[in-house]
Design a binder for this molecule. Structure first.
Ligand SMILES: NC(=O)c1ccc[n+]([C@@H]2O[C@H](COP(=O)([O-])OP(=O)(O)OC[C@H]3O[C@@H](n4cnc5c(N)ncnc54)[C@H](O)[C@@H]3O)[C@@H](O)[C@H]2O)c1
Length: 390
């Protein structure tokens, strides 16, 4: 059937780049815990990947992991440095707990290996800077694992904001939260100071920050007033502990379970942020983006798993009338395979010699906000954001 002009227009899309994936990439996984399985699932689907090695500091853990996933011939190590000495690798997934993200990423880069680094980027601004130095010196890439960036509705949100329909953006309220969601499904690495180091703020706060900062081009943070607390995590009577039979976790809980902050961003934008693993409330509110020409409501988000909570609502004025325009989500029933896309985009950047799809040059600002919330909370007052030159 003859296409109408409109149909032809609908077919238009950006030119797809043809990627030569004929070279097999030699890949390893460092840290073979919970999220490593999701990386392995994706690598096993991809014809251009061979998982040749794995490493975990817990003796036997990497071996058991590789056997479970049907790659028993992969070489297994308890030291990533020994692995890099012995293996020739193109890429590594760093899936360790937050406390060792920086050292494991820097080790890989020093051996000329590209890194897909799980979120959060690391723990402190200083660590983030060291990662960027090592990346620059190595000529390799680090892509940070924010898979919600590939979600169609997250991309819709970005397009709406970037269209300019809001005018000059001056205020953003964002965050997210769970009423009873301190994570300990596979152990206590999220809640112990030594391993997790940061709690809700690093685990899910980083996603909320990325959602809005990615829409507005990642402006530099200038000052932060931060607050953190741990009233639920440190309470043996917390409902999540009681239900799971783990009141003893209250004694080892060493991170935040709630954080809030007031952040000044370059461009005269205020970011009002709150995040929670546990609280007596269903949600700390929708994400709101206010501009001189319009305001956007993004219904309370489960943004840490790659979705937004409902259709977007644009509030604006037309001919002196206040109107609301609903911007529907793109097929909310059909989830984008975000995790696959985060892995695929990383590998394709290696094939093409392209830039990291989720670059450290952006995520360092995400990390700096998190780190300065922690620092400001300890000091009890506002602090300037200091990021060393890269
Ligand atoms: N993108 C996502 O959807 C998602 C989901 C869950 C977790 N994560 C992130 O992934 C990271 C890991 O989380 P997890 O739940 O898999 O934790 P986990 O505790 O289950 O696994 C971490 C593993 O890393 C190992 N490890 C730690 N330091 C190491 C080192 N120096 N060398 C080798 N191995 C080392 C530990 O022994 C452990 O087996 C966290 O930073 C978390 O924020 C991301």
């Amino acid at each position: 059937m003859e296409k109408t002009n409109l149909d032809k227009f609908m077919d238009l899309h950006e030119d797809e780049i043809v990627i030569d994936r004929s070279r097999k990439l030699r890949v390893a996984i460092v840290g073979t815990g919970w999220i490593a399985a999701s990386h392995m699932v994706e690598y096993l689907k991809m014809d251009d990947v061979m998982v040749v090695a794995a490493c975990d500091i817990v003796p036997g853990k990497a071996k058991a992991f590789c056997e479970k996933w049907g790659v028993p011939d992969a070489h297994c190590y308890t030291s990533d440095l020994e692995m890099y000495e012995k293996e020739s690798l193109d890429a590594v997934s760093v899936c360790t707990y937050n406390g060792t993200h920086a050292e494991c990423t820097i080790h890989a880069l020093r051996f000329g290996v590209n890194v897909l680094l799980e979120k959060p980027m690391c723990v402190t601004t200083e660590e983030a800077t060291s990662i960027m130095h090592a990346e620059k010196e190595s000529g390799k890439i680090v892509s940070v694992g924010f898979q919600p960036r590939f979600d169609k509705d997250m991309q819709l949100l970005r397009r709406v904001v970037k269209s300019g329909v809001l005018g000059k953006i001056y205020y953003i309220q964002t965050g997210g939260g769970r009423r009873e969601g301190i994570p300990f499904p596979f152990g206590t690495s999220f809640i112990e100071q030594e391993t997790g180091v940061i709690g809700a703020i690093g685990d899910i706060g980083c996603y909320s920050l990325d959602m809005v900062l990615n829409c507005i081009g990642y402006p530099k943070p200038l000052t932060v007033t931060g607050y953190t607390s741990a009233f639920f995590g440190k309470n043996p009577g917390y409902s999540g502990y009681v239900k799971s039979g783990h009141p003893e976790y209250a004694k080892i809980f060493g991170v935040d379970d709630f954080a809030a902050a007031f952040v000044r961003l370059e461009g005269d934008i205020i970011l009002d942020f709150r995040i929670s693993w546990a609280m007596h409330m269903d949600t700390p509110g929708d994400t709101l983006i206010l501009g001189t020409e319009g305001g956007l409501r993004i219904p309370s988000t489960d943004c840490w798993n790659g979705t937004i909570g409902g259709d977007l609502i644009l509030y604006h004025t037309v001919g002196s009338e206040q109107v609301q325009t609903v911007i529907p989500r793109i097929n909310p029933e059909e989830r984008t395979p975000c995790f696959e896309m985060k892995v695929r985009s990383f590998l394709d950047a290696i094939h093409t010699g392209g830039k990291a799809p989720i670059p450290t040059s952006e995520i360092i600002y995400n990390q700096a906000i998190i780190d300065h919330i922690v620092k400001s909370a300890k000091l009890g007052h506002e602090i300037p954001v200091e990021i060393p030159e890269i």
